[in-house]
Design a protein around this ligand. Sequence first.
Ligand code: MN
Length: 345
Amino acid sequence: MIDNILTVAEVDGFSAMVNQAENIVVTCHVSPDGDAMGAVLAFSHYLWRKGKKATPVVPNIFPDFLKWMPGTEQVKIYDKHEEEVGELLKAADLFVCLDFNEPSRLLNMENAVMASDAPKMMIDHHLNPADFCKWVLSRHEMSSTCELLFKVLAQVDGVENMTREEATCLYTGMMTDTGCFAYNSNRSDIYYIVGQMLEKGIDKDKIYRNVFYNYSPNRLKLMGYLLYVKMQHFPEYRASLMTLTREEQKRFAHKKGDTEGIVNMPLQINQSILSVFLREDTERNVIRVSLRSMDDFPCNSMAAEFFNGGGHLNAAGGELSCPMDEAEQIVKNAMKKYSALLKKK
Ligand SMILES: [Mn+2]
């Protein structure tokens, strides 16, 4: 059994907000990932099932590997149809904010959403939520927003009423935010939930294939090129570095999302602690920095100290405004500075 996630007062607050609303906008952070899309679509399906008028709205496009998800044809993309979607936002009398906890994560859509005085509801699993929602459920110990949302819907509406579509969307978010249950996934209730989803008839094997066996030939070639030609490995620091220029992205017909997750690959090297990926941005004249680590190596401190960024302990990012060779040198300096933590004890 899973414990109730909400207090009685929170259930009442949730129900009152949903019941009073006529025009609900369900939204998530910019550059939506599997968890964001899973939560937005599952919540929308739930509202539609309740006979509510609800529109899933995302700030910008979502990756092709999520297009198969049930309900994506209903999703409105703000930066593609600013005027039309802007009207929708104005007419909204409730915003459901999923998988983000501060308005700036809406990027270009922030002003339009914050200009509305319609009440907002937050369901999220990131640290340090900002204070902009009337009803807040913020649980950073949850593996994903989708896990949290499963618990909410199970409590307010009953698992027995959840549909296969809803479970499929929620499973997708749980799967993608845990790297297919490879990290952040040691709590047994996660598998209890998955068990219940299987009883709803989700095809978990197919969901996996839909999301991960969905590369373009170019993406696979780019992965091979990065690993074979571009990866530098520093055994003394148990660290790796990969770089990708604008010209190389062009050569592999790089599309948004093509380098997603690539930074994780060098961590598969035996004993690895740190992986750094530098990519020249194709829209702005900056180098995007991604860091991933194992165990307790603090990517976020390194990102803050060297790369004008921040993030989580094991996943952080930042950016640099300099040529690639200088950026590489900064990475090497950073590894040197953190050598006490990187070297084998
Ligand atoms: Mn998430």
